[in-house]
Write a new protein. Structure first.
Length: 284
């Protein structure tokens, strides 16, 4: 009696669950394109939504980052602002995923993408994230699974920010950044002296006294303006997120606060320092 021989499943054979998932993904893409064409974005409404969001301190204080590089500091927009602008612009899908983890070589292959469904513009970034960090001027491997996850998430967020900004018009991003800076400079309605006192108290909790703040800004406390408070707020948020160390943000002063006050008293007018991102702009 002959029994039929069951052949092994070949690598090119697709299982039922895989086929269902592929069909679902295709239908999802088709539905997204259909909906985007049926409900195209209204640029005026998108701008109004963006302006309302950027006028909130809840977003503005998280909109920028600051970290040291090559003896200076780099500042830019965060993933929080990028996601908010994607929602305001509309008809945009985005995501980040870990495609493959290689524990032998201590690295993960990841992908971040953003897709303007209406314009059919897609930006994809595939990158390798080593399971390591740079600390104390040397590379240290990451062993703990939570550390690896957080390292991958941080790198993924940065690439996702780039992908989102790549599919949103530059004018939309520039206007949002300017509004967020204005919101930070104006504050939450408190008088400027109260905001200055609050900034000094917050940094005192980190071990940074008023003299070091004055040295950083290049002017006395009595001369601070809204832009100065905004710069301090961005720096404080970056310290909280671990993007910059306190000593890197506020090097130990080589001159004292009293010397700054003495030199400032004889000066007619002192403008913002060269590294001030609001240099040359009118103060509020």
């Amino acid at each position: 009696m002959n029994f039929p021989v069951q052949q092994a499943q070949g690598p090119d054979r697709i299982g039922q669950s895989t086929a269902v998932e592929q069909s679902r993904a295709v239908a999802e893409v088709q539905a997204a394109i259909y909906v985007a064409r049926q409900f195209p974005r209204d640029v005026g409404r998108s701008r109004a939504s963006m302006q309302a969001a950027c006028g909130s301190m809840a977003l503005a204080e998280k909109a920028f980052y600051r970290f040291p590089r090559a003896g200076g500091a780099v500042e830019g927009s965060t993933i929080h602002l990028a996601k908010t602008l994607a929602q305001a612009w509309g008809n945009i899908q985005y995501g980040v995923s870990e495609m493959r983890r290689d524990d032998k070589y201590r690295q993960s292959e990841m992908q971040a993408w953003a897709w303007d469904v209406e314009a059919n513009t897609r930006h994809v970034l595939t990158f390798i994230v080593p399971h390591a960090k740079f600390a104390n001027k040397q590379v240290q491997p990451l062993i703990d699974l939570r550390d690896i996850y957080e390292n991958n998430a941080n790198n993924g967020a940065r690439r996702l920010r780039e992908a989102i900004f790549a599919v949103i018009p530059d004018f939309f991003i520039s206007e949002a950044e300017e509004l967020c800076r204005d919101t930070i400079a104006k504050g939450d309605g408190k008088p400027l002296p109260d905001r200055i006192d609050g900034a000094v108290q917050v940094f005192q909790q980190l071990g940074v006294d008023a003299d070091r703040l004055e040295q950083k800004l290049g002017r006395t406390r009595a001369q601070w303006n809204g832009a100065d408070i905004a710069q301090l707020l961005i720096t404080h948020k970056s310290i909280q997120r671990g993007e910059i160390a306190i000593d890197e943000a506020f090097p130990q002063a080589r001159i004292t606060g009293s010397e700054i006050k003495k030199s400032a008293g004889g000066a007619k007018k002192q403008g913002p320092p060269d590294e001030d991102p609001w240099a040359g702009k009118p103060t509020t």
